[in-house]
Design a protein around this ligand. Structure first.
Ligand SMILES: [Zn+2]
Length: 355
């Protein structure tokens, strides 16, 4: 069994797209890639945009050759390339539950169902494909129990060579139900998102969603418990690797030497592009291009509504009045600037605005 992460946060983009090859079958899990619209108040850097384009190309390429596709949930970074799936490919989907998931399903499913006899809502079921078998989890919390982010469907892929569990955004796992389901699968290799430590004490809309230090401790304990009782190797990535301090925060977990990021698993250097967005050229990009073309320059620069280069005198205006916010012209990105966001493949795969 070969497990190949195609794109990941440790490889520069938000994604957990993974190709599993075993028993002559190719299974693509989570065909999606995205970038944070805003991190540290900054738009994505050119390097991130290029990484997203490259990742989208890779994922769509793999999608065209896949025998089966699994979607663990409907967030863009897991599902926004699903529309490129071929009619001959089996598709296993999580049942859409939340209004957001249903909205996505309404758009994506009718198109998929056209000539798609092998589409299945798979939660809590099992399926076979040649020498492979799949066990799909019931809905597991996307983080803490009752999390506002909804739920995810984990999948165990089994072949005579072993068991791979793709647990997706269980965030640690933070919930007892996710831990128990993973434990029962007895994986040889487990791929999951770590706790979103970069959002520690970030005020979530729902009080219960706010991540505390105690939650992070629990997430680590849960993962170490899984490792202790199953002996599995772990790919730990996604939300955790959006934090530059992730190795220090997860010291005891990485000390086991059985846990690696997707990049390390592939033997590649880590590219924590989102976490490093404050460094280098990304700041210029943010200044140049409001991500949403509908946003005015003023809205994008709340702290300083005046375009750079306008001095104090100009700010006062010739009549001695301050220039009003409304007077700041909406910025139509220049042709060159627009290219930063809509470049060849990204445009072809309609990613613009999807992240
Ligand atoms: Zn995700």
């Amino acid at each position: 069994m070969q497990v190949l992460p195609l794109a990941a946060d440790s490889l520069g983009v938000r994604s957990m797209a993974t190709l599993v090859q075993a028993g002559g079958q190719r299974v693509l899990i989570d065909p999606g890639v995205a970038l944070a619209e805003s991190r540290y108040g900054l738009a994505p850097s050119q390097e991130e945009l290029k990484a997203r384009e490259a990742a989208a190309t890779t994922i769509v390429g793999a999608l065209c050759q896949a025998d089966a596709v699994v979607v663990t949930h409907y967030h863009d970074d897991h599902a926004n390339l699903l529309r490129y799936v071929l009619c001959s490919t089996r598709v296993y989907l999580k049942t859409p539950v939340t209004p957001g998931e249903r909205r996505y399903a309404q758009e994506a499913l009718p198109r998929l169902q056209h000539g798609h006899p092998t589409i299945a809502l798979a939660d809590g079921s099992s399926a076979g494909l040649g020498k492979l078998s799949f066990d799909f989890s019931p809905p597991l919390p996307h983080g803490k129990p009752g999390a506002g982010a909804g739920s995810v469907m984990a999948v165990a892929v089994r072949s005579p060579e072993g068991c791979y569990v793709h647990a997706g955004d269980v965030q640690g796992p933070l919930s007892p139900s996710a831990m128990e389901w993973i434990l029962r699968q007895r994986p040889d290799l487990l791929y999951l998102s770590g706790a979103p430590t970069y959002r520690l004490y970030y005020q979530a809309a729902a009080e219960g969603d706010t991540l505390t230090v105690q939650d992070v401790r629990q997430a680590k304990t849960n993962l170490l418990t899984i490792m202790k009782y199953t002996g599995c190797e772990v790919i730990l990535d996604h939300y955790l690797t959006r934090d530059l301090n992730f190795r220090r925060l997860y010291q005891e977990v990485f000390a086991t030497r059985r846990v690696r990021t997707a990049a390390a698993f592939l033997g590649q250097p880590e590219r924590l592009l989102e976490a490093r967005r404050r460094d280098g050229e990304s700041r210029e990009v943010a200044t140049l291009v409001p991500r949403n073309p509908g946003r005015t320059y003023a809205a994008a620069h709340e702290a300083d509504p005046f375009p750079p280069g306008i001095g104090r005198r100009e700010r006062q205006g010739t009549a001695g009045r301050p220039i009003s916010m409304a007077a700041a012209t909406p910025v139509a990105p220049t042709a060159g600037a627009r290219d930063l966001f809509v470049s060849n493949v990204s445009e072809a795969v309609e990613l613009e605005g999807a992240s």
